[in-house]
Design a protein around this ligand. Structure first.
Ligand code: PMV
Length: 353
């Protein structure tokens, strides 16, 4: 069988691919945005309305195996050994099939090394791992930029999880969506940072990001201001990273987080993702700074609080956040690597069903 390679015709055959059997296994790490995106330019292509900047998290990873199999009549998806609806997975596989000229269905198995339902951006790591495993299993060898464009089709934040360290996502302007991709700003090793994750609620969020952003764009009076100020926020964060200016990075991350949640709170119906533990953890982080322990919070579309701090302060910040009423579990993460192929899957987080 002759397959396309990197979107261009090459003499690569299925037999030349990683495992030679239409199978590949990939690992990708989750990420947390320092400058958030919320709102889509083109919902069909899943292009964001604004750019964003994130850090990739070493401690939170998804492993995904994709096997295209002639015996299957439909795609199958298992998450942590449990069957799940395959529609979002199939939509991304359809893009891969059309690029590779394949018609086969696939068996997809994913495991998260963190609680799957706890709102820890598993769609970012999940779709980045799926994009890499599916494209390689289908015989495509995409460039990192092409892989980022592909992962974006599954989830906007997944485009960033293709890369390690500090990452910027470009909104792009092209109708094709091909200029809407992420790239690395700085390797994590060049400026180590820790992220302390405080889990306040292990249940899935009540409103998905996709539905929530659509509501904000059409109903929040703050949405025009959100779009207008995005470039300034991105410029300031990019400069903070270039200059290794932790205070500006932290202040801008908190500002972007609070601006995002102002947008959510003023959406109709309102998107109130915080609980009492979220609020208590935010206040604790602010008080830690007043007490001389430099840390800054950020929060996505959910109730978990992530504190940004220097690696040498991470255990102290984790101990403080672990003692906040409503915080059920804390995890410390360093900055993580790019999505990559692996020989086999790691076991799921103990306790995941
Ligand atoms: O594209 P999604 O569905 O992963 O949405 C991500 C939305 C936020 O996490 C709140 C912001 C961001 O930039 O990651």
């Amino acid at each position: 069988m002759r397959l396309k390679y990197g979107g261009r015709d090459r003499s690569t055959t299925v037999a030349d691919t990683i495992r030679g059997d239409l199978t590949a296994v990939a690992r990708a790490h989750s990420n947390i945005a320092l400058v958030k995106y919320w709102g889509k330019r083109d919902p069909a292509l899943n292009t964001p309305a604004t750019g964003s900047i994130s850090v990739t998290l070493d401690a939170l990873a998804t492993d995904t195996r994709v096997s295209f199999d002639p015996s299957l009549a439909a795609d199958q998806f298992h998450l942590d050994d449990r069957p799940e609806p395959a529609s979002r997975v199939s939509a991304l596989l359809d893009v891969v099939r059309s690029q590779a000229g394949l018609t086969l269905h696939a068996r997809v198995n994913s495991t998260n090394n963190f609680p799957s339902s706890a709102g820890l951006a598993s769609s970012a790591s999940g779709f980045a791992a799926l994009a890499l495993a599916a494209s390689r299993a289908a015989g495509l060898a995409l460039t990192p930029r092409e892989l980022s464009v592909l992962a974006r089709r599954g989830s906007g934040s997944a485009a960033r999880s293709v890369f390690g360290g500090y990452v910027e996502m470009h909104a792009g302007t092209a109708a094709s969506g091909l200029d809407s991709f992420a790239e690395q700003l700085l390797p994590g090793a060049d400026w180590p940072l820790s992220v302390v994750v405080a889990i306040t609620e292990p249940q899935p969020k009540p409103v998905s990001s996709t539905a929530g952003m659509l509501g904000s764009a059409t109903t929040s009076p703050f949405y025009p201001g959100w779009l207008e100020t995005a470039d300034r926020d991105l410029d300031t964060m990019r400069r903070a990273i270039t200059e290794r200016d932790f205070r500006t990075l932290g202040e801008e991350a908190e500002h972007s987080c609070l601006k995002l949640h102002s947008l959510m709170l003023t959406t109709r119906p309102a998107l109130i993702y915080w609980n009492a533990g979220t609020m208590a953890a935010m206040h604790r982080v602010i008080r830690l700074r007043e007490e001389g322990l430099p840390a800054y919070f950020t929060i996505d579309a959910g109730p978990q609080v992530k504190a940004l701090c220097a690696p040498e302060d991470a255990s102290a910040v984790a101990a403080e956040l672990g003692a906040v009423p409503g915080v059920r579990q804390v995890r410390i993460s360093a900055l993580g690597p790019a999505a990559h192929l692996v020989d086999d899957m790691a076991p799921a987080e103990p306790g995941n069903p």
